[in-house]
Every structure is written in C-alpha cells, then in structure tokens.
Design a protein around this ligand. Structure first.
Ligand SMILES: [Zn+2]
Length: 153
C-alpha cells in the first residue's frame, strides 16, 4: 500500500478522525504500512491521519520508564481513561510539524484501545510512552496538537 506523509500545511491534519469499525485485513495492512513509514522517518509514533486516513488508528513505539509496555502498539480508538495530576514538560517533534515544541503532559496515563482484531486492551505507562500516547491521540481531534501548534512557516 503506497502511503506517504501529508505536508504540514495540509488541511486534513486538522480534521476529526472517525472511529475504526472495520477490523479486517485492510486495517492490519494499513497499520503495518504506517509502522514502516514511521520507522523510515525515525518516528516513535504516528497517527493514520498523518497520511490522510481519517480513522482513529495510532502506533506507539516508545518505552516507559517504570512500566513494562510492548515495543510496538497498534491502537484503534484509543482513549485516555486515567491521567495523573502530575505533569511534566515535554519537548516534542512531529512528522507533521516543522521543528520542535514544548508542551505540558500528564506524567502517567492509562490508555484503553482496541487492537487490530477489535479486542479491547489497556496499557499504563510514563516516560516516552506516556508522552507519545498523548501526542498521537491529540492528532485525532480538531482541537488537538496540530491546531494548537498552527503551521510553522
Ligand atoms: Zn505528531
């Protein structure tokens, strides 16, 4: 499947992504393609919308500091069901934003999601895993990260 990143100025990046409802082979293929693209670009996370697919699918490939999390997690319809009150400053880059930016993130989050077979799962983590989950989930809704950051020239 030929997929590529949208340009940072693409208006699709500010659209709302819709829930994943079809957990068939096409979804698995798209997830694998996204994963490969993310690795090519040296990313630790990616959201389907970054390639113009407006569905709630993200990939997180980031370790936690004090929790055990899988190396690569494909998350459909991810939702943060717990976020620690404690926050930390995070300096982040994004495959759809030029340059880096500073944001406040919850130190620990629990994310509930469905895997590519539609089974519900949840993971808790801190560190990069937590930052990455919050970052990628923010791509899925119009008030999210991309809108806040605007488009650097
Ligand atoms: Zn991003």
């Amino acid at each position: 499947m030929g997929i590529k990143l949208l340009k940072p100025s693409d208006p699709l990046l500010r659209q709302k992504s819709v829930p994943v409802t079809d957990f068939g082979i096409k979804l698995s293929r798209l997830a694998v393609s996204l994963h490969l693209l993310m690795r090519q670009k040296d990313g630790i996370g990616i959201a389907a919308v970054q390639t113009g697919r407006l569905i709630r699918l993200i990939i997180v490939s980031a370790p936690a500091d004090s929790f055990l999390v899988p190396k690569n997690v494909y998350m459909c319809n991810p939702e943060i069901i717990y976020a620690s009150e404690e926050k930390v400053e995070s300096i982040e880059g994004c495959l759809s934003v030029i340059g880096c930016f500073k944001v406040q993130r919850h130190k620990i989050v629990t994310v509930r999601y469905q895997n590519v077979r539609g089974e519900f799962q949840q993971l808790t983590g801190d560190g990069l895993f937590s930052m990455c989950c919050q970052h990628e989930i923010s791509h899925l809704d119009p008030g999210g990260l991309i809108s806040q950051m605007g488009v650097p020239a």
